[in-house]
Design a protein around this ligand. Structure first.
Ligand code: ATP
Length: 239
């Protein structure tokens, strides 16, 4: 497997407070990898460190296709091909659905390609198509989450980072969302690193997983192995 993302000895601090203590992990080309673990284990911080978001001070190595991301601006990280869907909806509430999708494509110059990607997303989500002129802030939670994922995908990222995509959504919608993410990966080879509380469901579409505990990686393995290992399930996954 060719590694798309290689992380070696990743540490992160907020101000003086160390939160990540030397993480090593990889995400392969076209893989879905999930980051699991209890609240406060450091999953969100890991994604923020990868995106070089300002409040986090990062140590260690982060390489995307062999090139370091450490010290770049968040905008440059996006240009290098990393797109981040933050916790709690990554949409602009005052912009329309269509404007959100165009905003997601701001790093691209191929206007035809952008138009055809928007058409493809409207095919995938007819509800978004119906609401293309509506402001994103007026959509339901599930619709906003789908828009956030579509918006993040509009930059044609090499790597999509998703922070708790299921948060606050009804179970039926969550199932549909994970089916969609699985489809995006199958049909377009989109590589994803997903932080998720809903361990069983996330593992059902993933290739591999890492379980975090107190800023370290406690367990790693193939998704099926993590799902069926009783000790891992009892100790870390709660199902
Ligand atoms: P959750 O599922 O609750 O988001 P998590 O595994 O994503 O959990 P993080 O949000 O990464 O965990 O938090 C890890 C630790 O960092 C926690 O102890 C948290 O209190 C601390 N932390 C998070 N954000 C900040 C911040 N902006 N400033 C200081 N400490 C923070």
């Amino acid at each position: 497997m060719t590694a798309l993302l290689e992380v070696d000895g990743l540490s992160a601090t907020y101000g003086q407070a160390p939160v990540l203590h030397g993480l090593d992990f990889t995400v392969g080309e076209s893989e879905i990898v999930v980051l699991l673990g209890a609240n406060g284990a450091g999953k969100t911080t890991t994604l923020r460190a990868l995106s070089q978001l300002e409040s986090v001070t990062v140590g260690g190595k982060i390489r995307l296709r062999g090139r370091s991301l450490v010290g770049l601006s968040p905008q440059t990280v996006v240009r290098r091909g990393v797109s981040h869907v933050p916790q709690g909806r990554g949409t602009f509430g005052d912009l329309t659905v269509e404007e959100n999708l165009l905003a997601g494509a701001y790093v691209r110059r191929d206007r035809q390609g952008v138009r055809s990607d928007i058409a493809r997303w409207f095919d995938t989500f007819p509800r978004l198509a119906e609401r293309r002129e509506q402001r994103a802030g007026t959509l339901s939670g599930g619709e906003q989450q789908m828009l956030a994922i579509a918006r993040a995908s509009m930059s044609r990222p090499a790597l999509l980072l998703l922070d708790e995509p299921s948060l606050g959504l009804a179970p039926l919608i969550i199932r549909g969302l994970f089916d969609l993410l699985g489809g995006l990966n199958r049909d377009h080879g989109t590589t994803m690193l997903i932080v998720e509380q809903n361990a069983n469901l996330a593992l059902s579409i993933a290739n591999r997983g890492y379980v975090m505990e107190a800023g370290t990686i406690a367990v790693s393995g193939d998704a099926d192995q993590l799902r069926t290992d009783d000790a891992v399930r009892r100790a870390y996954l709660g199902f």
